[in-house]
Design a binder for this molecule. Structure first.
Ligand SMILES: Cc1ncc(COP(=O)(O)O)c(C=O)c1O
Length: 366
């Protein structure tokens, strides 16, 4: 697909819908994370499932990241193709075709993968792949992962016994905690998770298996993991973009609030009534799984309904309604699935298109 814009164009001239990245804000979000971790003993391995773009991964590495996470083998393939050579697949990889691709990836880069099941571990071991294998803990999110404590330690011992697999450590991510609204709820949930991590580590150590790395944490909680002392590495993804759902969280200086850097540029394409405007960005242009997009810097204007290709904006009494053809910026409700709808970032600095970055892992679902 051709990009919706060309370099040097003014933002207002960009055809819509287009995925806009504000470079000043994006770069500032990178610095805010680095600054907030200054002096802390923790590595950063940002999650590339958020951006799916080697250009962004390179900038995260330049800001101090040790590598990236991916969620899928095909995502890792696209990142490797784009020059990223240290990738943790923070997820389980199941089935012969995917495991064969995983083994191939390991021939070109440092790769890690997670397991939560002895049968899956055996399949990965039989593939002959040489990689770091992490045990994923179920910390209360209700997704993948093995119970902390002895069940997780037994699986880790199985990895440590392998002749060619390395025990990478524990994958400990609590997804549900990220969007608990108050700081106190998030702090308490991560405190509980850290007890489970430490219990598992101590059982492992007693059985003579050292745990090289505990990795996990997202943009909504990472400082709680760092301060617990139980995590060695964090995996924030959304911090670079900051979506409308994350904006609903409570933030404080201790856990910095990142700024909105990702937008969907759209056009008012119809004005069916005095208080309503229809824009050309519906649910195929901005994901609605975590709520409707916000309308950027347009007080009194709400995005109230999305269909495939259309969005309905409603103005409250006295608010300015967009004119036909007027362009507006939307703040996506959820950044990751919105990015996955586009082939290009239109990178803008102070209103001018500065770069076009391909989203090469877009649609990488296998
Ligand atoms: C395993 C894992 N680590 C890290 C993240 C990053 O979280 P966030 O985008 O909330 O920072 C995710 C997001 O879903 C994840 O699944």
């Amino acid at each position: 697909m051709r990009p919706a814009a060309s370099i040097g164009q003014a933002l207002e001239e960009v055809d819509t819908p287009a995925l806009i990245l504000d470079l000043d804000v994006f770069e500032n979000n990178l610095s805010v994370l680095s600054e907030s971790l200054r002096g802390k003993r923790v590595r950063v391995r940002p999650h590339a499932k958020t951006h799916k773009c080697p250009e962004i991964a390179k900038r995260q590495l330049a800001a101090g990241a040790v590598g990236v996470c991916c969620q899928k083998v095909s995502e890792a393939e696209a990142l490797l193709e784009g020059g990223i050579e240290d990738i943790l697949i923070s997820n389980e990889v199941v089935g012969a075709p995917k495991i064969a691709r995983l083994a191939e990836l390991c021939r070109h880069a440092r790769i890690g993968v997670c397991v939560d099941n002895a049968e899956n571990l055996r399949q990965i071991e039989n593939s002959g792949a040489k990689l770091d294998v992490y045990v994923e803990l179920e910390l209360g999110m209700g997704r993948c992962g093995i119970a902390p404590g002895e069940p997780a330690a037994a699986l880790a011992r199985g990895i440590a016994r392998s002749s060619h697999l390395r025990f990478g450590g524990l994958q400990a991510y609590h997804g549900r905690a990220q969007h608990l609204r108050t700081m106190e709820e998030r702090r308490a949930t991560i405190a509980d998770a850290s007890r489970k991590v430490l219990l598992t580590k101590s059982i492992l150590e007693k059985s003579g298996v050292s745990c090289p790395i505990v990795t996990g944490a997202g943009s909504g909680t990472f400082m709680f993991e760092v301060e617990s002392g139980a995590w060695d590495e964090i995996q924030p993804g959304s911090y670079i973009f900051m979506d409308a759902d994350y904006a609903r969280n409570e933030w404080s200086a201790q856990l910095p609030r990142f700024q909105h850097a990702l937008f969907v540029l759209c056009t008012a394409m119809s004005r069916p009534s005095p208080e309503i405007a229809i824009v050309d960005a519906g649910l195929k242009a901005s994901s609605v799984d975590s709520g409707m997009p916000g309308v950027w810097k347009r007080p009194g204007l709400a995005y109230i309904k999305a269909s495939d290709e259309h969005g309905v904006l409603q103005a409250s009494p006295g608010a300015a309604v967009p004119a036909l053809g007027e362009k507006l910026l939307l703040v996506p409700g959820h950044c990751d699935p919105t990015v996955n709808l586009y082939d290009w970032y239109v990178c803008v600095r102070r209103g001018v298109v500065e770069a076009l970055w391909p989203i090469t892992a877009r649609g990488a679902l296998t």
